[in-house]
Every structure is written in structure tokens, then in C-alpha cells.
Design a protein around this ligand. Structure first.
Ligand SMILES: Cc1ncc(COP(=O)(O)O)c(C=O)c1O
Ligand SMILES: [Zn+2]
Length: 404
């Protein structure tokens, strides 16, 4: 049996593996999964065979025998982006395209672990609140596992591609009159009362899957750690998970540093940026978050404490970008590098550009930006910002004239 602890980050209280608990019952703090790192054989990470999240199972909270619920998540490409780097005025830029996960977002890394845990616990079903991608991913893993999936989506606020996925894969979807933060509040209560397993990123098992982003980055860079890693921030689970991954590699002596964790929020939903800039320990939730980047339209990020620690401890920063800056970055990434991402993902590129202009990022830093979701998630936004196809007769002369 693999030993690990589920521990409160605030008061250190511990909970058992069989306990269905998302935040500390004593103080309400967030929970972390901890291993006995002295027991872990480094070779089982650096020489591990296979691909994707389960390649790193020695650092996942399961026994060898556990059969994962998997759809081959992870193993996403890390592209070197010289054209974009040149236009921004930096030397060494890489983009890890998490939109190339099976469901089109990084959430799959967390869901393979979360739904495997749900099966181990023997719950009646799984549930989430979602700005879209969480429900799209969870519905797929629940289908694969053969258990019911319930998703609470803020009414009229979710990109079309994501709702289509959750509908197609058989989730029971509720269109909630309220925003994402309202949906999360309600679903947390529902899960506690109805023996459903909550798979939002407050669930520490989900973050265990998402930390493998760090393992893949370090591996692709030959155990090299970038100077900085930039990631869009909504509920702040992903930045916390990636930081944990890099911290574990350092603890194990596989790498010797952790990148400056840099979190980017939208200007209309930036409680973490505010807390960071004002040097506050806690965020002040925003009641009416607003941005075209619907995936990060979140006013009360549940993982704020973990994210603020990650940013500060690693010497990173938090910055916000406007919707116009996000759109510009989305177009540049698509047209200069062939990487198609949804608006929230482009926030990492927009943040990079802004921080270079502000002189916060040095031009010779080695930088990895995470793009979290695929372009096809939000086709309506593409239609809003791109030139429409021109209708034309089937006549080559007319076409030739139009080319000029
Ligand atoms: C595409 C995309 N980017 C970023 C995020 C934000 O991730 P987190 O909530 O872990 O900060 C989300 C979350 O829904 C997302 O779907
Ligand atoms: Zn506690």
C-alpha cells in the first residue's frame, strides 16, 4: 500500500485516504497530498516508461495495482516559438499546448486522477461547477467509468464547444441562474449531502494529476527548469498544482530550482492580482467578474491561498490583462505559431507581453507559457474577432480578381 498524507496547509490536520473531504474540517484550510519523499526512487520518475499522467504514478496517490480511468491524457507538445518570441522581443519562448489533451483542455490530467479516486471511494456519482472545461472533461471520464455526472454551469456564460461536449457525453447539466462562484457554492453543499464526489479543483486529488505538467516540462527540457512559467489563473488550481510538481522534483533532487510562477488573470476578474500587488495574505472576492475569457471569469478563486504562496515563494508575479490584450495575443499565437487556443489560454501570452513591456521579465529568460484550452472550445468568439468568409460565385476569374 502506498503511504501518503492528506494534510491541511493551514493547521496541519490530517485526514485518511478513505475520508471524503475537500477542505479541513477543523479550520477550513485547503488540503495537500504529501508523500514520504525519502521512499521514492528517483529512477522511477526519470527513467519511467510510457506516456502521459500515469507515467508518473510513483508520485500519484495510488497503489501499483490501481486500474486508472484513463483516455490517454497528458503528453502534450512543448513548442519552441521563435517567431512569437522575436515579435515580443525575447530570446527563448516555449508554449505547452494543453489544448491538445483528449477533451481539449488541461482538466483531463486532473480528472483521470479524480475519477480514479471516485471509483476507489465507491461514490454514487461525480459532480462539478464549471466555467465549461471542467464539465466537458468530467463528463468524458464519467462516461468512461460508467458513473453519473452532474454539472452546474452559469447560465449563458459557457462557451459553446464545452457545453456541446458535456451534453454529448451524457452529463446531467443544470443551467444555474448565477455565476461560477454561486455554482461552486451550491454544488459543494449538494455533494456533501448526496454522496456525490466533487471534482472541482478544491479537490486535492485533481491537483495531483495536474502537477504532471511540471514533470513533462522538466523532462522535455532535459531536467532543465525554465526561469519562468506563465499560466492563466481562474480558480487557481492549475498554478498551485504546477508549482507543487516543480517543488517535488526539486525535493527529490531531480532538478535544482523552481520556475518563477507567474499567474495571469483577466482585468475584470483579478482578485489574486490585487492581493499580490497589495501584499495581502487573502483575496477580496469580486462579486461580478467579467471578461470575454469565460474560463477564467471567477471572482472568488478557491485555491487563492495556494496560488499566492506559489507565486511569492517562487519569486514570480501576478498580473492582469484586458480583453483587448487577450484577443490580440490569441490572434498572434494562432497566426505566428499555428497554435489555436481559447481566449483564457491566450492570457498567458498577453501577460508575457505586458510583463516584458513593463520590464518585469528579462529578455533573456527561458519562458514556458501554458495554453490551457483549445481554440475550438469557443468558436463564437472566433466569429466575433475574425474576418468572415467571403461568398463567391464558382468562377475562377471572379476569384482571381478578389485575390488582388
Ligand atoms: C481554458 C482554461 N484556462 C484556465 C483555467 C483556469 O484554471 P484554474 O481554475 O486552475 O486557475 C480554466 C479553468 O476553467 C480553463 O478552462
Ligand atoms: Zn486546518
Amino acid at each position: 500500500m502506498k503511504e501518503y498524507k492528506v494534510e491541511c496547509i493551514k493547521c496541519g490536520a490530517r485526514f485518511s485516504k478513505e475520508d471524503i473531504v475537500y477542505t479541513c474540517r477543523k479550520c477550513g484550510g485547503l488540503l495537500n497530498i504529501k508523500y514520504d519523499y525519502s521512499e521514492i526512487e528517483v529512477d522511477r520518475i526519470v527513467k519511467a516508461k510510457g506516456q502521459g499522467v500515469w507515467k508518473y504514478r510513483v508520485l500519484l496517490p495510488f497503489d501499483e495495482e490501481t486500474k486508472p480511468v484513463t483516455i490517454n491524457e497528458g503528453n502534450t507538445p512543448l513548442y519552441r516559438c521563435d517567431r512569437l518570441a522575436k515579435s515580443i522581443g525575447i530570446d527563448d519562448l516555449w508554449v505547452k499546448h494543453e489544448g491538445l489533451n483528449p477533451s481539449g483542455s488541461f482538466k483531463d490530467r486532473g480528472m483521470t486522477v479524480g475519477v480514479t479516486k471516485a471509483m476507489e471511494l465507491g461514490v454514487r456519482g461525480v459532480a462539478c461547477a464549471s466555467t465549461g472545461n471542467t464539465s466537458a472533461s468530467l463528463s468524458i471520464f464519467a462516461a468512461k467509468a460508467g458513473i453519473p455526472c452532474y454539472a452546474l454551469l452559469p447560465k449563458g456564460k459557457v462557451a459553446l464547444g464545452k457545453v456541446a461536449q458535456a451534453m454529448m457525453h451524457g452529463a446531467k447539466i443544470f443551467s444555474l441562474r448565477g455565476n461560477f462562484d454561486d455554482a461552486l457554492r451550491v454544488v459543494r453543499q449538494l455533494c456533501d449531502e448526496e454522496n456525490l464526489y466533487l471534482l472541482n479543483s478544491v479537490n486535492p486529488y485533481r491537483l495531483e494529476g495536474q502537477k504532471t505538467i511540471a514533470f513533462e516540462v522538466a523532462e522535455k527540457l532535459d531536467r532543465g527548469v525554465p526561469d519562468r512559467l506563465i499560466v492563466p489563473v481562474g480558480n487557481a488550481g492549475n498554478i498551485s498544482a504546477i508549482f507543487k510538481g516543480f517543488s517535488e522534483l526539486k525535493t527529490l533532487g531531480i532538478t535544482d530550482s523552481v520556475p518563477k510562477m507567474t499567474g495571469i488573470q483577466a482585468a475584470g476578474a483579478k482578485p489574486i492580482v490585487n492581493a499580490f500587488k497589495e501584499d495581502k495574505a487573502e483575496i477580496i472576492p469580486e462579486d461580478n467578474p467579467e471578461t470575454i475569457a469565460s474560463a477564467i471569469r471567477i471572482g472568488n478563486p478557491v485555491n487563492a491561498a495556494k496560488a499566492l504562496f506559489a507565486i511569492r515563494d517562487s519569486g514570480g508575479v501576478a498580473e492582469s490583462v484586458t480583453d483587448e490584450e487577450i484577443t490580440e495575443a490569441q490572434l498572434e499565437l494562432a497566426r505566428q505559431e499555428g497554435i489555436g487556443v481559447e481566449p483564457a489560454s491566450a492570457a498567458s501570452i498577453a501577460g508575457l507581453k505586458k510583463l516584458v513591456e513593463l520590464g518585469e521579465i528579462d529578455r533573456d529568460e527561458k519562458i514556458v507559457c501554458i495554453t490551457t484550452g483549445h481554440l475550438l472550445k469557443d468558436p463564437e468568439r472566433v466569429i466575433e474577432i475574425c474576418e468572415a468568409p467571403k461568398e463567391v460565385d464558382a468562377d475562377v476569374d471572379v476569384l482571381r480578381k478578389m485575390l488582388k
